[in-house]
Design a protein around this ligand. Sequence first.
Ligand code: RBF
Ligand code: MG
Length: 294
Amino acid sequence: MRNFLTIGTYDGVHVGHRRIIRAAVREALKRGMKSRVVYFPFPPKFFFSGETGNCLITLPEEREALMEALRPDEVEPLNFNSALSLMGAADFFKRVVLDRFQAGGLCVGPDFAVGKGREGHLDFLRAACAKAGIVFKTVPFARRDGHKISSSLIRAHLHAGAVEEANICLGWDYCVSGPVIKGAGLGRKLGFPTANIGAHPAKILPPGIFAARIKVGHEVFKAVLSVGRRPTLNTLGGKMILEAHILDFSKMIYGKQVQVTFLKHLRPERKFHSLDSLVTHIRKDIAAARRFFK
Ligand code: RBF
Ligand code: MG
C-alpha cells in the first residue's frame, strides 16, 4: 500500500502543523493510502546553527505523543545528519520520499523545502510529484494577528515569557517535565518550599513568574512557578532554574517525575534588595495565582 506522506520538524505541533497532519490523514483515507508523518527529531535549523540548549518547544517524545493524538497510521523519526544536509533536492525526493517512504502523496506547509541549502521549494516539489505521478498538496499557514504561526514565532514568545500568546499559537498549554531535584532548602526556610525541577537542557524555559498546574503522579495541583537565575540570592552561578511552589501542598516529592503547565505570566523576575522584600513579593504572586484560578 502506498503512503500519503507529510514531512517536517513539527516542533510544537502547533495549530498550523495540526492542519497539515490532519490534511495528510484525510487525503490518505480518501485515497485508500496509509498516512505517514515523518519528522526531524532535532530541527535542521539548529543542526546548522549548532544550538543545542534552551531551543526546543517539544522534545521528540513529547512531539510524537502530540502527533500520535491526531491519529495518523504512522509517526516516524528521520534524523537530520550531514549526509542528509548535503543531499540535493532531486536526490532527497527520489531516495527519501519515493524509495524509502513509498509516497503516493505528499502534503506540506508553505515554508517547507528539501535538499541542500533548502533548494527544493514548493514549485520543485509540485513538479517532482507531478513527474512521479503522485498527489501533491499544500496547506496554508495558520495566522494570528496578521502573522503566520510558526515554531520560530512560538519559540520567541516562550523566550520572552509570553506563555499565553504561545499557548494560543500552540493550541495546547506549554509544559515542561522532569524529576524533582534537591535544592538548598532555602525556600522552605523562607516559608515557601519549592520543588526544583530538572528539565531537559534542550527544552525552552520561559523566564519569569507564572501561575501553573503541576502534575505529580496522577494528581494535579495549582502552583506558582519561578524560572530564572534568582538574582536576589547570587548563588549557583546564575544558572537558569525552574522551581514550583505548589499551593496547599506539604509532601516531600524529591525524585518524583512532575510536569508543569504554564498558564499565565505574572511578572518578570527581579533582583530584590532583601530577602524580606522577596518574601513579600512571593506572597503577592501566590495571591495573584489564586485570583487567576478563581
Ligand atoms: N528570586 C529572585 O531572585 N527574584 C524573584 O523575583 C523571584 N520571584 C519568585 C517568585 C516565586 C513565586 C517563587 C516561588 C520564587 C521566586 N524567586 C525569585 C526564587 C526564590 O529566590 C527561591 O525560590 C528561593 O530563594 C528558594 O530557592
Ligand atoms: Mg527549592
